[in-house]
Design a protein around this ligand. Structure first.
Ligand SMILES: C[S@@+](CC[C@H](N)C(=O)[O-])C[C@H]1O[C@@H](n2cnc3c(N)ncnc32)[C@H](O)[C@@H]1O
Ligand SMILES: O=S(=O)(c1ccc2c(c1)CN[C@@H](CF)C2)N1CCSCC1
Length: 266
């Protein structure tokens, strides 16, 4: 692991502004729900379809690098008893805590996301019911460092039944070797035979989150598939999405995004 590079990233992340990050990536105009030609509906569809197979279920799901977002957990909450959110930054853990406990009316309005997921899941679920269900299942919000051999330390008593992670590993690693090591570290959090859903950036080198510019490890589709394969995963499904020019507004240089559903060898 590149200890100096990891330390530099950690220092840079101290300037991460959750609300600026949400404004850049999850608020209109970038967050356009009118067509699955847009990134957000595309992501929500991938997750809804993966969980609708019924293959990804169990007691505990861990979200690696939750950040200040909850969209990635909306379809999962029907399939797990306990969802554990994790993040490196206390400011992000507090953001999630405040959403769960309704403690901050100035937080972010996730209702368009919850309404969209209820619509595409087609179960006739009212969005307030899904919101209530997710808040009830989000039982722990833990500190994590993917660069530690045991990213959650003593806070996790046994490996999880499933992992999910969105835009974390590539945005938290200074280089490819550190990314690969972090991948190995998070894999230890998953039980043999457990499922891993990941959404991430393709060929991105930076993103903005308020006053800070964060570096990202540029990864190709082949890099992603190689990481999963060499860590003993079977890839069930892989999709990629090319970022249209209209969604490139300078807050990052992401060229596309990927979705992968993989299963850790038993
Ligand atoms: C680009 S954000 C992704 C947030 C969210 N998952 C999403 O889908 O938008 C990257 C996240 O990785 C977290 N992070 C940074 N360094 C980390 C580390 N060493 N271990 C775990 N998470 C880290 C940041 O705090 C941030 O929340
Ligand atoms: O869902 S996205 O694909 C998305 C969402 C989040 C992020 C990125 C992309 C790329 N930079 C990441 C930094 F790590 C964060 N999206 C980008 C287009 S507009 C709506 C948001």
């Amino acid at each position: 692991m590149n200890a100096i590079g990891v330390a530099a990233m950690a220092e840079n992340y101290q300037k991460f502004n959750p609300m600026a990050y949400l404004q850049n990536n999850y608020a209109p105009p970038r967050a356009n729900f009118t067509s699955e030609e847009f990134a957000v509906p595309w992501k929500l569809r991938r997750l809804a379809d993966a969980f609708a197979t019924g293959k990804i279920t169990g007691h505990t799901l861990i979200d690696i690098g939750t950040g200040p977002t909850i969209y990635q957990l909306l379809s999962a909450c029907d399939y797990f008893e306990e969802i554990i959110a994790t993040d490196f930054l206390e400011v992000n853990r507090n953001f999630i805590h405040n959403w769960v406990h309704n403690e901050d009316k100035d937080g972010f309005d996730w209702s368009p996301y919850i309404q969209h997921v209820c619509k595409i899941e087609g179960k006739g679920e009212m969005w307030k019911e899904k919101e209530k269900k997710l808040k009830k299942k989000l039982k722990r919000i833990l500190p994590i460092d993917i660069h530690q051999p045991d990213p959650l330390g003593s806070l996790l008593s046994q490996p999880a039944d499933a992992l999910i992670s969105t835009f974390c590993l590539e945005a938290a690693s200074p280089d490819r070797p550190s990314y690969d090591k972090a991948f190995q570290n998070v894999t230890r959090l998953l039980k043999p035979g457990g499922h891993f859903l990941m959404i991430g950036a393709l060929e991105e080198s930076f993103y903005l989150a308020g006053e800070v510019k964060l570096t990202v490890v540029p990864l190709s589709e082949a890099d992603i598939k190689e990481s999963f394969a060499k860590n003993g995963y079977h890839i069930h499904d892989f999709h990629s999405y090319s970022m249209p020019p209209t969604l490139k507004i300078g807050v990052d240089d992401v060229q596309g995004i990927f979705f992968i559903h993989a299963q850790k060898s038993a």
